[in-house]
Write a protein that binds this ligand. Structure first.
Ligand SMILES: [Zn+2]
Length: 262
């Protein structure tokens, strides 16, 4: 009986140690984002983000049928993407942006790897009605890169894995680790939702700075809403802020940046 109880206290002590270590590691990575002005916790530096993005790009493209065979459309995607970066605050980031059109014409999706590798599928491209909507999709993805959401997500995952591990040690069984993981996922989910809203806001800002019509991003929400329901949930909606909620926030962002003179 005594043995059992001292084992418990030892486990608790080790668990507390793991939690403290994870927290110190997480909070020691704090830095202020030069473009969003936000304080954030990041475990990768910019060079690592860029290298990771460039390294993973071919594999990512291969998963969506490789690059589009339509050279003209490919050129259009890259030139609109580059113009958003060049004419907006995103240029200050110094990330080497590349915009890729993927051959997959059934998946309606767009996404960003850390460090500036951005993708849109032919499936989404073919549904867009004008250049401003394309600028909206790409501007939103540029927002994910600038706000360093992937790197932030990785730091949070390391933290929650540390805490989940600690719970398993303290509880002495796998079940508590399971529940800790469920909680960790919920935390990450919440951040994901905020990340989408922040990218919408940044997308609006970059569109306006670069001279595109920001209202077009609302049209993109309609297109995505109509396209969802299949097995492929667009990245844009992967963390489910409701489209209605997002449209409202986009309108607020347009108003906010107009007041600032954009
Ligand atoms: Zn997104």
């Amino acid at each position: 009986m005594k043995n059992r109880s001292s084992g418990f206290w030892l486990r608790l002590l080790i668990a507390a140690g793991i939690v403290i270590f994870s927290l110190i590691k997480f909070y020691s990575t704090s830095e202020v984002n030069e473009i969003t002005g936000e304080k954030q916790y990041i475990s990768l530096n910019k060079e690592q983000e860029i290298a990771l993005g460039i390294q993973s790009a071919p594999q990512m493209a291969a998963e969506f049928g490789g690059l589009s065979r339509n050279a003209q459309a490919r050129y259009l995607v890259d030139s609109i993407g580059q113009s958003i970066v060049r004419k907006s605050a995103a240029a200050k980031s110094q990330y080497p942006f590349n915009f890729h059109l993927l051959a997959d014409n059934r998946t309606v999706n767009a996404f960003a790897l850390p460090g500036g590798q951005i993708f849109i599928t032919e499936g989404l491209m073919s549904r867009l009605e004008n250049i401003d909507q394309l600028a909206g999709v790409l501007g939103h993805e540029v927002g994910h890169v600038i706000a360093r959401h992937s790197a932030q997500q990785m730091a949070k995952q390391e933290l929650s894995q540390g805490i989940a591990g600690a719970a398993a040690v303290a509880g002495g069984d796998a079940n508590s680790a399971y529940y800790a993981q469920v909680v960790a996922n919920m935390v990450n989910m919440k951040y994901g939702r905020e990340d989408e809203l922040e990218s919408d806001d940044l997308g609006v800002r970059f569109m306006m700075e670069a001279g595109y019509n920001p209202e077009a991003l609302i049209g993109v929400m309609d297109i995505l809403e109509n396209a969802s329901g299949g097995s492929n949930v667009p990245e844009f909606q992967s963390t489910h802020p409701s489209p209605e909620n997002r449209r409202g926030k986009i309108r607020e962002a347009i108003q906010k940046y107009r007041t600032k003179g954009l």
